[in-house]
Each structure stands twice: as structure tokens, then as C-alpha cells.
Write a protein that binds this ligand. Structure first.
Ligand code: ZN
Length: 362
């Protein structure tokens, strides 16, 4: 089942909404309608209260969208490909490919979100001086939402913009990896302090702290992984003795092959060309006499041997798959698996400790 839907396009960027957001929308309308000003519309007549609360809830998502658009439009000026903006229960995310690692460019992209929020917040607070009770209450709340959004995102910890801003400063004098490690450590420390503070004040802070802690770890892990796996090509690390199966084979034969090779999946090859992929998952509960051609998945994601091992890792993570056939001129020349990449990462790190270097390493 699809969990997100494209609702519209703005500046040529697709905006998708996740189902989880609808639940939040209803909760927000309720929360705004029972909270006293400036955080809600308690005290207004019932119909006005519902209309204002609905507008404010939609306005909150509009604010998040504007924030993400701020990032996206600046990123696009630096040639970053924007795959779309997704709005979901925890906020928004601009899906961008290959973010620049130059400190100045990273800084400009990271700061443009909070700048957009503060801009909207200021205009909105200014509009709240209009002497009509409803208009005043709406813009006051809308202004607060944007200012809070801007401030929250400036917390110097991944995955917030503040974490990227901090790294861009650190990276002026250090390597990107070194800067990431320090920024991630700062984020983790901040998260621990926030959680301790939360125990005594607001339990929500503990949840935010957890989110920051995980975000810091994730960013660090990815950058370290890219640093190592980005230096070797798929051709360097792929297994070339690929075990393939034909679409004519029976499920029972493939189960024998899985037991013998301990591989969990095989490319399906017909006349030298790859036509599908079969994994243990595909044949669970299937008649042992069934032909592989009828149960294999036909959507095969492949990679070319000259890509980096980190590209292979990214594709596997994004698609949620464990192995990637390596294809050159339509012919299968090798295979990489996620577990192989993790082993290779460990090997390369050990080699690096011993002083080994390859390919334009810094
Ligand atoms: Zn942001």
C-alpha cells in the first residue's frame, strides 16, 4: 500500500504528503481549538474556532513546506537534484541528491530553511497588529509557529539544520569527516543534556533528545561509510563468480542451491541477459514444482561496475534490497551484497589504520 500521495507541484518540485499527516492534522485542529491565545483560539465562537483552527493547522504544514522549499530552491541553484518534498508526522523533508560538501554551499543550503521561517514569522507578527480579533489571533499563532520552527531547526545537532551549519563552520579548517565527527559528538552531548533536563521538566524533550541522538549517529555512520566505500569501485569489490539460475528451473532446485551456496538470492539469466531476480523471500510457501520464471521479481535494479561501492550501498538502502547484480553492456559481470559491503568497509578501515590509501583520498 502506498503511504504517501503527491498532492501538487510548486516551482517544479513535487510535494508528497504521508498518510500519518492526516492524523496529526485532526489532532492539531483540536489542540488549537481548545488552547488559549496565542497558541489557539479558545474563547472565540464555536464556528470561528473551528475555521481558525483548521486554517492554522493547514498553515503549520504550509510553514513546514515553505521551510523545505527554502532549502530546495537554494540547493537547486548549486545544481543539486531535488526529488521532491515529503510532509509527514514529524515535519518535512526535502529529498535531495548528492548534497554539496563544500562548507560554504552546505552553509547556504542549511541556513535558507530557518531564514525562510524567520521571514514568514516576522511578516506574520507584523500582520497581527491588524485590529481585527480573528486576524490578530491567526497571525499571532502563525508567526509563533514559524519562529519556533526556525529556532528549533537551529539546534546545532543532526538532523537539524543547525547540525549542518555547525559542520560547515568546522569543515572550514578540517576535513569533512573530521567535522562530521565533532558535529555528531556535539549533537549527542546536547541530546543527553536535553533528555536529563526533560526528565525534570517536559517529557517531550526526552523524545526530541532521542530523535537527535539517533540523527547524529546516522549522519556520522553515513559519512564514515561514504569516506571508506566511496574510494573503491563496484568492480573492485564485486564477486565475479556469480551463481545464476534460469527461468526454467524449479523452486525446489533453487532451494537446494540456496542450501548449498548459502546465498539468499540469485539473478535469473536467460540467454546471457538478466531477466529477473529470485530471493528466498519470493519462494516462501510456493509450490516446489513451480518454475522460477513465474515467481521471480522482474523489476531488477542493477549497477554498473564503474560506480563507487558507496553508490551501491545507497541504492540498496533506498530500495530496501540486499544484493545488486553488476551489469555491463546488458551482461551480468558480478554481484555485490550489502553484507559484502559491510565486510569490505571493515577491511578497508583496518587497512587504512595500517596506512593504506587508494584513489584521491584526502
Ligand atoms: Zn531545515
Amino acid at each position: 500500500m502506498r503511504a504517501s500521495f503527491r498532492i501538487f507541484r510548486v516551482f517544479g518540485i513535487d510535494v508528497e504528503v504521508h498518510i500519518s499527516l492526516l492524523i496529526l492534522l485532526i489532532l492539531l485542529i483540536y489542540a488549537f481549538s481548545v488552547s488559549p491565545p496565542p497558541y489557539g483560539f479558545e474563547g472565540f465562537p464555536e464556528v470561528e474556532r473551528i475555521i481558525l483552527s483548521t486554517l492554522a493547522a493547514i498553515g503549520l504544514f504550509g510553514s513546514i513546506l515553505a521551510h523545505e522549499l527554502g532549502h530546495s530552491l537554494v540547493a537547486r541553484r548549486y545544481g543539486v537534484k531535488i526529488k521532491g518534498i515529503m510532509l509527514f508526522i514529524f515535519g518535512g523533508v526535502a529529498m535531495m541528491e548528492n548534497l554539496p560538501k563544500k562548507p560554504r554551499e552546505e552553509f547556504m543550503i542549511a541556513i535558507s530553511g530557518p531564514v525562510t521561517s524567520f521571514g514568514l514569522g516576522t511578516i506574520s507578527l507584523f500582520l497581527s497588529s491588524i485590529p481585527v480579533a480573528e486576524v490578530r489571533a491567526f497571525f499571532l499563532l502563525f508567526g509563533y509557529i514559524n519562529i519556533i520552527l526556525g529556532v528549533f531547526n537551529l539546534i546545532p545537532a543532526f538532523p537539524m539544520d543547525g547540525g549542518r551549519i555547525l559542520r560547515s563552520f568546522l569543515a572550514e579548517r578540517r576535513s569533512y569527516v573530521e567535522a562530521t565527527k565533532i558535529a555528531a559528538e556535539t549533537g549527542r552531548t546536547l541530546a543527553i543534556l536535553m533528555a536529563i533536563f526533560g526528565i525534570f521538566t517536559n517529557p517531550w524533550l526526552i523524545l526530541i533528545a532521542l530523535f537527535i541522538y539517533i540523527g547524529a549517529n546516522e549522519e556520522e555512520r553515513l559519512v564514515l561509510l561514504e569516506n571508506v566505500l566511496g574510494r573503491v569501485s563496484v568492480a573492485d569489490v564485486m564477486s565475479t563468480d556469480v551463481v545464476t539460475v534460469s527461468p526454467e528451473m524449479r523452486v525446489s532446485e533453487v532451494i537446494d542451491l540456496i542450501l548449498k551456496t548459502k546465498h539468499l538470492g540469485f539473478p535469473v539469466v536467460d540467454d546471457g541477459r538478466i531477466v529477473g531476480i529470485i530471493t528466498l523471500h519470493d519462494i516462501i510457501g510456493v509450490d516446489p514444482e513451480e518454475r522460477i520464471g513465474n515467481v521471480m521479481s522482474r523489476e531488477v535494479v542493477t549497477i554498473s561496475p564503474d560506480k563507487s561501492a558507496f553508490d551501491a550501498f545507497k541504492i540498496m538502502s533506498e530500495m530496501g534490497i540486499g544484493r545488486l547484480p553488476v551489469v555491463e553492456d546488458g551482461r551480468i559481470v558480478g554481484i555485490v551484497s550489502r553484507s559484502d559491503l559491510m565486510k569490505i568497509k571493515e577491511i578497508l578501515e583496518t587497512l587504512e589504520v595500517m596506512g593504506w590509501r587508494k584513489r584521491g583520498s584526502s
